[in-house]
Design a protein around this ligand. Structure first.
Ligand code: ACM
Length: 726
C-alpha cells in the first residue's frame, strides 16, 4: 500500500521527556508517503504524524512515548511477527521474540520521514519462514565487507537467510585447518575474469596463494566469524555450502587423490569409491559446523558429471558391494552419508534438487532450482523444500534488454517477472504438504559478475521483490502497487552504499488478441514510476506531442508501435517497439512435418498463428523451439491471394538458440504440388553471441490454399514466434 502525501490544518502538542522532544501533530501537511517493502500483512493508516527523529526512535533514552516490548507469551503474534501502533500518544511496538522486535524496528525505520512517523496500526508476520538470497563467492570472490553490506540491506527488507556458495571449481573460499592446501593451492587462479579463465581458457590453471598476479581470495575463520557476528545482529542466518560430489575441480588440484584418476585437472567429481572422500567430507563439514551455527548445512549435489565413476574401479567396486544400480544411486549413497553425518550432529542437510536422483535421503531439504516440480514432489513426499526456480529466481539473468545490459549468463528476469513468482500457488498442494514449502530464495551466480558494484546492480532491487514474495500474503501482493514502492527504494539503497539497477526505461508489451472482433489490444507497462508514456503506431519516433498511453492501444490490422517514457519533455532511453499484425493466418490450421519438442511448444501447436508475438526471451510462452528443421504447412481453407509471408527467428547462442541457415517458402493450390517461392539465408553469424532477431519476409503475388515454410536447422534450436500472412 502506498499512501500519498496529505494536507490539512495543524494540531500539535509537545511533550518533553528527558532531552527528547516529541510532537504529535494531526491534520498538518506532511510528507507521509508510505513505501514499505515488504508490504505488511495488515496495516491501517490514519491522518496525523508523531514527530520524532531516528535518534529519538532508536536512541537509548527510555521514553514513555516509544515503547518496545517483547512478550514470549503473546501466542497470537508469530515468531517473527510484531504489532505496531503509532498515534498521538507515541510508538508502541510489541513482539514475541527479538527477531520480531527487530522486524518491527525495520518497519519503523522505513516509515520514518523527516517530519516523523505517520499514524499507523500494523499487525505483521511473514508468509514464509525462509526468505533467502544466495551468493556465489567462488566464481568471483567478494570480500567480507561486501557480504556485510548485502546482509545490512537484506535485514532492512526482512530477508532472513544468506546462502553462501563457498566452494566451486573457480576457487575454494574458506579456511579449513585440516586441509590447508584448499586455500594455499586452490583459492587463486591465473585470470581474474572467470570468463577469460573458464570459458576461453585453454590453459586454465590454479596458482599458489602469493603468486604474483594471481587472482583469488578466501575467508579466514576470523573473517567468517566477523560475517556471522554481523549476520546475527541483523537476524540473518548464514547457510554455508560446500559442494559434493560435483563442481569440485579445485579440490583435486590440492588433493588429487580424492578424484577417480588421482590427478588434477581430470574430473569435477569426488571419487565416491575412495573412503578418503568421505573422510574429507566429514572433516570439512566438522570445521564448517564449528563456525556456522546454522541448522541447515548445504552440500551442493548439483550437476555432477558422473562420467569418471562409470570407469573407476573403486567406484564400480563400491556400487557392486552396496548393490547400487547406477551412478545416480552412487551419488545418492554419498549424499545419504552426508545427511546421516549432519543429522547425527543435530544439523539438517540441504542440497540442490539433483539430490533426489537415485533416492532422496530421509531428512534432506531440497532446493528446487530446475523449475518447481522437484519442489512440489518433495513436499508431497513429506520433506521440506526451498523454492528457487531458475526462470524467476536467478538474479544472474538479464534484468532488461540483453543488448543494452552488461554481459550476463543469459535468461531474462526483469523485476516484474521476479515479482510474479508465487512459491505456493493456491491448490498446488494439500494443507499438510504446503507446510513443507519453507520459503523462497534468489540465487546470484557470479561467473560474469566481477565487481561488487556489478554484483549489487544484479541483486538490487530485484532482491526486494524476493523479500515481498517471502513476507507478504499472496492476496496482498500486486505488481502495480509494488512498482512505486520499489522506485522509492532506489535512493534508499543508494544511501546504504549500494549500486542498485535504477529500473528500466524499457516498456513491457502485452497483447490481447480478440478473434471475434478481429483486433489486438496492446498494453504497455513500465518499471519506472511515475511514467508518462508517449507512442506512435506508424514506426516513427515518439515525441512529447505523440499520444499519451492510457489503457491499451487498439490494432485492427497492422501497427509498428514505438513508445517511450518522457520526463520533463525529454525522451528517456530509447523507444521500445513492437510489430503487431492481425493478419490473415490467425486461427488457420497448421500441420507440422517435423518432430515437435514438447518442452518448447509454447502456446501449443496454434502458437505460430495466434497473433501473439514473443518478447526478448524465448521463455516467455510465445516462442516455439525446434531441434530439427522446421517444416510446417498452413491451410488457408480455400485458394487465397497472398502477397506476403514472414517468419521471425531468434538467436541466443548461450542456451543454443540459433538462426536457421535459411528459410524457404513454398505455395500450393491442392496440397500436392508445391512451388518454391524463394529461399532467404540468415545474415547472422552463428558466432554472434548477442541476442538477435531476423525476419525472413517473402513478398509476391500468389494464389494459394497451402503455404509451406521450411527453416533449416544449423545447430541447437530454431525459435520462432509467429508466421505472418497477408
Ligand atoms: C545450480 O544452478 N547449478 C544450482
Amino acid at each position: 500500500m502506498r499512501i500519498p502525501k496529505h494536507a490539512s490544518k495543524m494540531f500539535c502538542g509537545t511533550i518533553l521527556v528527558g532531552s527528547l522532544a516529541f510532537t504529535s501533530c494531526e491534520n498538518q501537511t506532511f510528507n507521509t508517503e508510505i513505501n514499505l517493502i515488504p508490504e505488511p500483512s495488515e496495516m491501517s493508516i490514519s491522518s496525523g504524524i508523531f514527530k520524532i527523529d531516528s535518534a529519538g526512535l532508536l536512541g537509548s533514552t527510555p521514553s514513555k512515548q516509544v515503547r518496545f516490548q517483547i512478550d514470549p507469551n503473546l501466542s497470537e503474534i508469530s515468531v517473527e511477527g510484531y504489532t505496531l501502533k503509532v498515534d498521538r500518544e507515541g510508538v508502541e511496538l510489541t513482539a514475541r521474540t527479538e527477531a520480531g522486535l527487530f522486524y518491527g524496528k525495520q518497519t519503523l525505520l522505513q516509515l520514518l520521514t523527516p517530519d516523523g512517523l505517520p499514524f499507523v496500526q500494523i499487525t505483521d508476520s511473514p508468509r514464509f519462514a525462509y526468505r533467502g538470497l544466495h551468493l556465489d563467492v567462488s566464481r568471483h570472490f567478494f570480500p567480507k565487507e561486501e557480504v556485510m553490506k548485502i546482509l545490512n540491506a537484506m535485514a532492512y527488507y526482512k530477508l532472513n537467510t544468506l546462502h553462501l556458495h563457498l566452494t566451486d571449481a573457480a576457487g575454494w573460499r574458506i579456511q579449513i585447518d585440516k586441509y590447508p592446501k584448499l586455500t594455499s593451492e586452490a583459492s587463486h587462479r591465473t585470470q581474474s575474469d572467470w570468463r577469460e579463465w573458464w570459458d576461453k581458457g585453454t590453459d586454465r590453471k590454479y596458482l599458489k596463494e602469493g603468486t604474483p598476479g594471481a587472482y583469488g581470495g578466501y575467508y579466514t575463520k576470523d573473517d567468517i566469524r566477523d560475517i556471522l557476528a554481523y549476520a546475527k545482529e541483523k537476524h540473518v542466518n548464514v547457510i554455508p555450502e560446500i559442494e559434493f560430489p560435483g563442481h569440485s575441480e579445485e579440490v583435486f588440484v590440492a588433493y588429487p587423490e580424492l578424484c577417480c584418476a588421482g590427478k588434477p585437472y581430470t574430473s569435477s567429481d569426488f571419487c565416491i569409491g575412495n573412503p578418503k572422500s568421505f573422510q574429507f567430507m566429514e572433516d570439512v563439514l566438522t570445521e564448517v559446523m564449528e563456525l556456522f551455527p546454522s541448522v541447515y548445512i548445504h552440500v551442493g549435489g548439483d550437476e555432477a558429471s558422473k562420467a569418471a565413476w562409470k570407469k573407476c574401479p573403486k567406484c564400480q567396486a563400491l556400487m557392486k558391494k552396496e548393490g547400487l544400480k547406477d551412478v545416480n544411486e552412487l551419488q545418492s549413497y554419498m549424499i545419504h552419508h552426508a545427511d546421516e553425518f549432519l543429522t547425527s550432529k543435530g544439523r539438517k542437510m540441504i542440497g540442490w534438487d539433483e539430490i533426489m536422483e537415485g533416492g532422496l535421503s530421509p531428512q534432506a531439504t531440497v532446493m528446487s532450482w530446475r523449475g518447481e516440480s522437484a519442489g512440489f514432489r518433495t513436499a508431497r513426499m513429506g520433506q521440506d523444500v526451498v523454492m528457487t526456480p531458475g526462470n524467476y529466481m536467478y538474479l544472474d539473468f538479464y534484468q532488461a534488454d540483453p543488448r543494452k545490459q552488461p554481459f550476463a549468463i543469459g535468461g531474462y528476469t526483469p523485476i516484474r517477472k521476479v515479482y510474479s513468482y508465487n512459491p505456493l500457488p493456491k491448490d498446488s498442494l494439500s494443507a499438510e504438504e504446503a507446510k513443507h514449502i519453507l520459503g523462497v530464495q534468489a540465487n546470484t551466480w557470479t561467473e560474469y559478475i566481477t565487481t561488487p558494484e556489478h554484483l549489487e546492480y544484479m541483486m538490487f532491487p530485484r532482491a526486494l521483490a524476493v523479500a515481498e514474495i517471502g513476507w507478504t500474503p499472496q492476496e496482498k501482493r500486486d505488481w502495480q502497487d509494488f512498482k512505486p514502492r520499489v522506485n522509492a527504494q532506489i535512493p534508499v539503497l543508494r544511501k546504504m552504499g549500494l549500486n542498485p539497477y535504477p529500473l528500466s526505461y524499457e516498456l513491457d508489451f502485452s497483447m490481447d488478441v480478440d478473434t471475434l472482433d478481429k483486433k489486438i489490444t496492446v498494453y504497455l507497462d513500465a518499471e519506472k514510476y511515475p511514467a508518462e508514456i508517449h507512442y506512435t503506431t506508424d514506426g516513427s519516433i515518439p515525441t512529447q506531442a505523440s499520444p499519451v498511453y492510457k489503457d491499451g492501444i487498439l490494432v485492427k490490422d497492422s501497427a509498428d508501435i514505438r513508445a517511450a517514457i518522457f520526463e520533463q519533455g525529454q525522451m528517456m532511453g530509447e523507444p521500445s517497439e513492437k510489430r503487431i499484425d492481425y493478419h490473415r493466418g490467425i486461427g488457420k490450421s497448421i500441420h507440422f512435418n517435423n518432430r515437435l519438442y514438447p518442452g518448447y511448444m509454447a502456446g501449443g501447436e496454434q502458437a505460430l498463428l495466434d497473433g501473439y508475438r514473443g518478447g526478448l526471451t524465448y521463455l516467455d510462452g510465445r516462442w516455439q523451439g525446434y531441434t530439427d528443421n522446421l517444416d510446417c504447412v498452413i491451410d488457408m481453407g480455400m485458394p487465397t491471394p497472398i502477397h506476403s509471408v514472414s517468419i521471425r527467428c531468434m538467436q541466443l547462442t548461450g542456451p543454443w538458440v540459433y538462426q536457421p541457415l535459411e528459410v524457404e517458402l513454398l505455395t500450393s493450390e491442392d496440397g500436392k504440388e508445391y512451388v518454391s517461392q524463394g529461399v532467404i539465408p540468415t545474415t547472422i553469424s552463428p558466432d554472434d553471441a548477442m541476442l538477435n532477431f531476423q525476419t525472413y519476409a517473402f513478398t509476391g503475388n500468389w494464389q494459394a490454399r497451402y503455404i509451406q515454410l521450411k527453416a533449416k536447422n544449423q545447430k541447437g534450436f530454431i525459435f520462432t514466434d509467429e508466421i505472418v500472412i497477408w
